[in-house]
Write a protein that binds this ligand. Structure first.
Ligand code: AMP
Length: 189
């Protein structure tokens, strides 16, 4: 199973300074949504590069009705279909606390948190020993609130499309990490 994250693809484009990255950078810093055309083209290109055989998990896509529509066309062209849509339910205050405190190892990508999961040895990655860490520029409270507003206004309204098809599962994102993992594995099994 491959995780296809439009956020990761956009951050790569920003880092590489491509035309897509140049257009997306300030939009992402504000916590607004990048254009539907850009993100759907990224997903289409990734599925083409993957070929058939391996399943995909779309992470952070689709986020608007137009993207949901494009996804249908893209999947049809690639001979694929959506089996599940998973809604991770998390209380908003907890979400702000989680997002504003998170950071990752700049070398191996291991995830940490200021309040909930510090490295065992201060300043040293548990997994690879690196002393370099990074934070996303959009993980500040003001931007997170805008991201949530965008979610409420543009993303939450697409859930009923999938509910009508009976493919939505809800997972309690407030449960312990192992329980959330087990619930997701059970859905995807
Ligand atoms: P994420 O990594 O999913 O939290 O996304 C980070 C940022 O990238 C978002 O706040 C948007 O600015 C942009 N982004 C990621 N995925 C999409 C998408 N499907 N549609 C529009 N913008 C997106």
């Amino acid at each position: 199973m491959r995780q296809l994250s439009t956020g990761d693809m956009l951050r790569e484009a920003v880092k590489a300074g491509t035309p897509v990255g140049l257009e997306a950078k300030s939009v992402m810093e504000r916590g607004e949504l990048v254009s539907d055309e850009i993100v759907s083209a990224l997903i289409d290109a990734e599925l083409t590069a993957m070929g058939g055989g391996t399943g995909a998990i779309f992470d952070g896509y689709p986020r608007t009705k137009q993207q949901a529509k494009s996804l249908e066309e893209i999947l049809e062209r690639h001979g694929r279909r959506l089996d599940h849509v998973i809604e991770l339910e998390v209380n908003e205050d907890a979400l702000i606390d989680r997002i504003t405190g998170r950071f990752t190892c700049a070398n191996c990508g291991a995830g940490y948190h200021d309040r909930h999961k510090l490295p065992i040895v201060d300043g040293v990655c548990d997994k690879c020993g690196s002393t370099e860490f990074k934070r996303r520029p959009d993980d500040n409270e003001e931007t997170v609130r805008m991201r949530m507003e965008e979610y409420r206004a543009k993303t939450a309204p697409i859930l009923p499309i999938y509910e009508a098809r009976g493919i939505v599962s809800r997972v309690d994102g407030m449960a312990r990490i192992e329980e959330v993992t087990a619930a997701l594995d059970a859905i995807l099994a």
